[in-house]
Ligand binder design. Structure first.
Ligand SMILES: NC(=O)c1ccc[n+]([C@@H]2O[C@H](COP(=O)([O-])OP(=O)(O)OC[C@H]3O[C@@H](n4cnc5c(N)ncnc54)[C@H](O)[C@@H]3O)[C@@H](O)[C@H]2O)c1
Length: 270
C-alpha cells in the first residue's frame, strides 16, 4: 500500500503537527517514507525532517517558515486549527486567513502533480446558504483587506469556528478550478467528532448530547488516525483525479442527514 500511495522521498508540509489529526498525519507520513516538514506554534515530539515554530495568526512567521523549508513541496496538509473557545478573530486567523496565506505561499513551490488537503468540518455545513458572501471574502485581494472585511462583519463571523469552516469548504471548491490548470489538486475533509485535545474545548462550549448526535449513525467518535488516513489518501497519487472535493470522514453523518435517516433534532437541542 505504501508503494501505491507513493510518498517515499516526497517533501511534504504538515501544519498543526503538535497534536491530534496533524500529529497523526505527520507520524504516518514519516512511517511511509515522506520527508515531513512540520509547523506548529507548539514544539513537536516527533522526529521530522524539520520543525518550524509558526504562529498562523502571524503572516510574517508563515513567510519565514516557507522560506526556511523551501521547495519543491509535493504536498501540503493544512491540519492546524483553533476551537470556538478562542476569540473569533483569532479563530478566523488560524483556521482560514493563515491557512489560506500559508497555502498561497507554498503553491509557487509546487510542481504539477502536487496536492493540498485541508481539514474543514461538519460545523461548516451552513456554507450552501451564503456562497456569494463567502466568495466575496475569499476574493479579497490580500490578507490585510480580508482581515478588514472580517473586522467589519462580526454578525457573519459570529463565534468564528463555523464561519471559518464554511470558508475552508467553499475556498477549496473555488480555488480547485484554478489550481488544477497548474496541475495542483486541492481537497478538504469534513471530520465528525474526533478524540483529540480539541474535543475538551468543544465539550466546554457545546452540550455533549449535541456532539454525540453528530456521531450518528456510526455512534462513536473518530480517532485522529481515522482522520489522517483520508487526508493522506487525498494528497496521494491514488487520488490523482480527485479535485475540489469536500470529503466527509464522518461515519455516515452527511449521508444520513441528506437521506433523512439522522435525527438532527438532537443537534438543535430538541
Ligand atoms: N476534533 C474534532 O472533533 C474536529 C472535528 C472537525 C474538525 N476538526 C478540525 O481538525 C483540525 C485539527 O484539530 P484537532 O482536532 O486535531 O485538534 P488539536 O488541538 O489536537 O490540533 C490542532 C493543532 O493546531 C495547532 N495550532 C493551533 N493554533 C495554532 C497557531 N496559531 N499556529 C500554529 N499552529 C496552531 C495546535 O498546536 C495543534 O497542534 C482543526 O482544524 C479542527 O478545527 C476537529
Amino acid at each position: 500500500m505504501a508503494d501505491l500511495l507513493n510518498y517515499a522521498g516526497k517533501r511534504v508540509i504538515v501544519s498543526g503537527c503538535f497534536s491530534g489529526m496533524g500529529e497523526a498525519t505527520a507520524r504516518t507520513l514519516v512511517s511511509i517514507g515522506a520527508e515531513v516538514h512540520g509547523i506548529d506554534y507548539k514544539q513537536t515530539a516527533l522526529s521530522l525532517a524539520s520543525f518550524t515554530n509558526v504562529d498562523l495568526r502571524d503572516p510574517a512567521s508563515i513567510d519565514a517558515a516557507v522560506a526556511k523549508i523551501g521547495g519543491p513541496v509535493d504536498a501540503l496538509f493544512n491540519c492546524a486549527g483553533l476551537p470556538q473557545t478562542f476569540p473569533p478573530l483569532e479563530v478566523m486567523k488560524v483556521n482560514f486567513l493563515g491557512t489560506k496565506y500559508l497555502t498561497e505561499k507554498v503553491i509557487p513551490l509546487m510542481r504539477p502533480g502536487s496536492a493540498i488537503a485541508s481539514i474543514s468540518s461538519t460545523a461548516g455545513l451552513g456554507w450552501s446558504r451564503h456562497v456569494p458572501l463567502l466568495i466575496e471574502l475569499i476574493s479579497q485581494p490580500d490578507y490585510a483587506t480580508a482581515l478588514k472585511w472580517l473586522e467589519a462583519h462580526p454578525d457573519e463571523v459570529r463565534e468564528g469556528y463555523s464561519f471559518s469552516k464554511e470558508l475552508i469548504t467553499v475556498w477549496t471548491m473555488f480555488v480547485s478550478s484554478k489550481l488544477i490548470k497548474q496541475g495542483i489538486r486541492i481537497n478538504c475533509t469534513l471530520p465528525g467528532p474526533t478524540e483529540t485535545p480539541m474535543m475538551k474545548d468543544f465539550l466546554s462550549a457545546t452540550p455533549e448530547t449535541v456532539i454525540d448526535a453528530a456521531t450518528q449513525p456510526i455512534n462513536r467518535r473518530s480517532t485522529a488516525l481515522e482522520q489522517a488516513y483520508p487526508l493522506i489518501f487525498l494528497n496521494s497519487d491514488l487520488a490523482s483525479y480527485v479535485n475540489g472535493v469536500v470529503f466527509p470522514a464522518d461515519g455516515g453523518f452527511m449521508g444520513g442527514v441528506t437521506t433523512g435517516q439522522v435525527d438532527i433534532r438532537a443537534m438543535m437541542g430538541g
